[in-house]
Design a protein around this ligand. Structure first.
Ligand SMILES: Cc1cc2nc3c(=O)[nH]c(=O)nc-3n(C[C@H](O)[C@H](O)[C@H](O)COP(=O)(O)OP(=O)(O)OC[C@H]3O[C@@H](n4cnc5c(N)ncnc54)[C@H](O)[C@@H]3O)c2cc1C
Length: 411
């Protein structure tokens, strides 16, 4: 049995941050990573450039059954703290829309930075390690939440793995969510949570493209590859961003963002005149270019392929009629159609392509300051395994850094 102060299960974004923070406090830390490599999602993130944080982080950018939970950790390790670390390592970065920060060169720089910080404080990392069983601290009762033992030296978690037995005073679960199973994602963190009496709120794929099985599927196939600026909405949320038509349905930032808020089976609304009035625009065009066809006028704003699809759905009866000869009532209806094009996804692409997993370990059973379990002393849950999910745009990594740092200060 090899002993450590802290064992972290999962060598992803939050696990590495927690390890370096605890190591800097002189803790002896072991990371147990199930797959053959640590930080795989960091490497594939942001199209290989890692959108590592967002300058405009607000609690409102996160979804959780307990929306205030994230405030404490986010406030104590902010985007500026992570930016300072990135700058200390001389990593060049740039800002894109909506405060998103990306590496200039490669996501590899972020992983190399975290690995270097961990190495500097002697963090040990085992990859391809299967944790077979976890035993609560000797004398402890996982379900009652009572102190594990009168003698703190004996109060240790014991982990049986295929690479030996390990013990530690603190155990951190940083196994992430279920997204992208081929990258090593597993539900093991949820199993550990349940073992110690935690509630796991139902996990669901998030930041994921929509799929369709009705007539819209053929439209999206025909328009596949086309990006259009829209406001995409369900009653609970609206995102003004691009949508991208794909062979399976709708992707692009607006669709990914909206998927986090989409109630299964609900229709979604596409506004092709975001922030504008289509009715006013049509009125103006009617005055300015009375002899033009609608498809010619709309062709000034939208690509021809999309205009032809819209024409066959919304104004086929007026296809060859000059706008001056189309009754105002028909134009009002058309304006409505263009601003509230309602489509009904049959589902999403699921965990295969989802960037995150919604739901997870119920935050009401964790300390928001330390991420420690309220059911089992010295057990911590950080990162995506917790029921805190960020928007697209660097928010999920910021949660990984902030929650990892919060726990790393207390383990
Ligand atoms: C394609 C893609 C692109 C993304 N791009 C961005 C982006 O640009 N910006 C952003 O903010 N977020 C992005 N995300 C989301 C972000 O990657 C995650 O939110 C973040 O990595 C979560 O950190 P984590 O430490 O909780 O989990 P992870 O980083 O997923 O780490 C979990 C680790 O635990 C390991 N593990 C799982 N099961 C076990 C087990 N049984 N035993 C041991 N180890 C185990 C996994 O192999 C993994 O290494 C992206 C996600 C994907 C899939």
């Amino acid at each position: 049995m090899t002993s450590f102060d802290v064992i972290i299960v999962g060598g992803g974004a939050s696990g590495l941050m927690c390890a370096m923070t605890a190591g800097q406090r002189g803790r002896r830390v072991l990371i147990l990573e199930g797959s053959n490599k640590i930080g795989k999602k960091i490497l594939m993130s942001g199209g290989g450039r890692c959108n590592f944080t967002n300058r405009l982080v607000e609690p409102a950018n996160f979804l959780s059954a307990n929306p205030h939970f994230c405030i404490s950790a986010l406030g104590r390790y902010t985007p500026w703290d992570f930016i300072a670390l990135v700058e200390k390592h001389g990593i060049a970065y740039h800002e894109r829309r909506h405060g998103q920060l990306f590496c200039n060169d490669s996501a590899k720089d972020i992983l190399a930075m975290l690995v270097a910080e961990c190495a500097q404080v002697g963090v040990r990392i085992l990859t391809q390690c299967t944790v077979r069983a976890i035993q609560a601290p000797v004398g402890g009762d996982a379900m009652s939440g009572k102190a594990a033992s009168d003698d703190p030296a004996r109060a240790r978690f014991r982990l049986d793995t295929d690479q030996g037995e390990f013990s530690a005073a603190s155990l951190v679960v940083a196994t992430g969510g279920l997204s992208i199973p081929k990258m090593g994602a597993s539900g093991f963190g949820y199993d550990i949570a349940r073992q110690f009496g935690h509630t796991v709120l139902p996990p669901r794929a998030g930041l994921v493209p929509f799929t369709f099985s009705d007539g819209f599927k053929a439209i999206s196939e025909r328009l596949s590859g086309l990006a259009v600026e829209t406001a995409l909405s369900v009653p609970e949320a609206c995102f003004r961003e691009n949508i991208l038509f794909t062979h399976r349905g709708l992707s692009g930032p607006a669709a990914l963002q909206l998927s986090n808020y989409w109630p299964l089976g609900a229709p979604i609304r596409i506004d092709l005149f975001p922030g504008e009035s289509a009715q006013d625009w049509l009125k103006l065009r009617k005055k300015a270019q009375p002899r033009s066809l609608l498809r010619t006028l709309l062709g000034e704003r939208l690509t021809r392929g999309l205009v032809l699809e819209l024409q066959s759905m919304f104004w086929s009866a007026w296809a060859e009629t000059a706008i001056a000869d189309i009754p105002d009532a028909a134009l009002v209806q058309l304006a409505d159609d263009l601003q509230a094009w309602t489509v009904k996804p049959s589902g999403t692409e699921g965990y295969r392509t989802a960037e995150v997993t919604l739901g997870g370990v119920d935050t009401r059973e964790l300390s928001s300051r330390t991420l420690e379990s309220k059911r089992q002393p010295s057990l911590y849950f950080i990162g995506e395994v917790v029921d805190v999910t960020g928007w697209l745009g660097g928010f999920n990594f910021q949660w990984a850094w902030s929650s990892g740092h919060a726990a790393g200060q207390f383990v």
